[in-house]
Ligand binder design. Structure first.
Ligand code: MN
Length: 399
């Protein structure tokens, strides 16, 4: 047990020990979080890599150093002689944890892909022929990834009208509840990483909201895929939960039929049971689980390096919308409103087809906990990835 004060339902018990960056007394410091307090790692393990504005140097130091630092933090926080007041997380500024390199977003939920396929190609086979053979993905925009709590201006874009195109605010703004994986040590160009070695490269996990302007996306995406409908902002949670903390929740992936190519065969425990919830205001619209994804993070990482592409410290790859089989497990409004046709109700009596200015979207995620699902394990949580929609710039030039 730790001497630190950890509320019973906290996302951040001593078994978690996530990594983030906080500004304390004007200085950025790489820190961990325990309950509602922060502990600069440099106070326990003296190393210049912890006195930086990002955790990149620590993530680059590799799996044996990650494990050693984790052991040192755990030992320090469980030694009663070390007991002392720690800074409240509410009294420090929490920064983006890493300088993000490349960003990839996959499309790995078969439930999401099937429902979207039925919406866009009614009457046809919902999954395109490639879907069960490889994790579909696209390269996104790393420079617009923002930390939880950052406002999201409504994007403006070119939209079709009868007989023409006009430039205006997106009227179909959506969220996507996702989970993202942060690369610690990259791979060299020309050296693909098989799924069984993904753990040696991936440091940890964050929540990701892949904000999406569906009307901008629908007009621009053919034939090359998502562009400005996605690139205006992506929100991530503030603390990177190490894969090491999630080890008790690893599980086998769903049956994959047909069997994937040998280069994509999961080692058997690449799936992780993580509950993912999405709320608009106080209303939880989605309760899904990462274990229901078809493709695992190990397969995603193997696929993105399978052509010899290199990865670097701080690269982020996200799962795609995390949806499950149930009607309450749809990770975006596109799905839950059937393309804006069937509004969803909020607890305040209002309805939504798409997000309105002022709406606050909050993603939450955790593994274990004292739930009926998993009463034996302590809760390992991610905190929140939250963002508020604000009116966008209306001075974008001639219309
Ligand atoms: Mn997405």
């Amino acid at each position: 047990m730790t001497w630190a004060d950890v509320p019973p339902d906290s996302d951040f018990p001593v078994e978690n020990l996530p990594v983030g960056v906080v500004r304390v007394a004007g200085h950025p410091r790489v820190a961990t979080r325990i309950g509602d307090h922060v502990l600069p790692i440099g106070d326990v393990v003296a190393d210049p890599m912890f006195e930086r504005a990002t955790a990149n140097d620590f993530l680059a130091s590799g799996p044996s150093r990650w494990a050693e630092v984790r052991d040192r933090l755990h030992g320090w926080l469980t030694e009663p002689a070390n007991a002392r007041p720690l800074d409240s997380v509410h009294e420090v500024q929490v920064l983006l944890p890493v300088a993000i390199g490349d960003f990839v977003d996959f499309y790995s939920s078969i439930h999401h892909a099937t429902r979207v396929g039925e919406l866009f190609r009614p009457g046809a086979e919902p999954l395109l022929p490639n879907w069960r053979h490889l994790p579909i993905g696209y390269h996104g925009r790393a420079g617009t990834i923002v930390s939880s709590g950052t406002d999201i201006p409504r994007p403006h874009g070119l939209l079709p009208t009868e007989g023409g195109v006009w430039r205006g605010p997106s009227a179909r703004l959506d969220f996507e509840a996702e989970v993202g994986f942060v690369v610690g040590t990259g791979n060299e160009r020309g050296r693909p990483v098989p799924p069984g070695e993904a753990d040696r490269h991936v440091f940890g996990v964050v929540l990701v909201n892949d904000w999406s302007a569906r009307d901008i996306q629908a007009f621009e995406y053919q034939p090359l895929g998502p562009f400005l409908g996605k690139s205006f902002a992506t929100t991530i949670s503030q603390w990177i939960v190490p894969l090491a903390a999630l080890a008790p929740f690893r599980t086998s992936p769903p049956v994959q039929d047909p069997s994937p190519d040998a280069s994509l065969t999961d080692p058997g425990d690449g799936a992780i049971a993580i509950r993912v919830e999405a709320s608009v205001g106080d209303t939880t619209l989605c309760r899904a689980d990462l274990r229901d994804l078809y493709w695992t993070f190990a397969q995603q990482y193997a696929h993105l390096t399978s052509n010899g592409a290199s990865t670097r410290t701080g690269d982020l790859f996200a799962t795609g919308t995390v949806s499950g089989p149930g009607a309450n497990a749809m990770g975006c409004l596109l799905e839950s409103t059937r393309g804006g046709v069937e509004p969803v109700s909020l607890d305040d009596g209002s309805t939504r087809t798409w997000l309105e200015d002022g709406d606050v979207v909050t993603l939450r995620g955790w593994a274990g906990g004292r739930s009926a699902d998993d009463p034996d394990h302590v809760r390992i949580g991610f905190g929140e990835a939250t963002g508020r929609i604000v009116p966008g710039d209306t001075d974008g030039g001639p219309r």
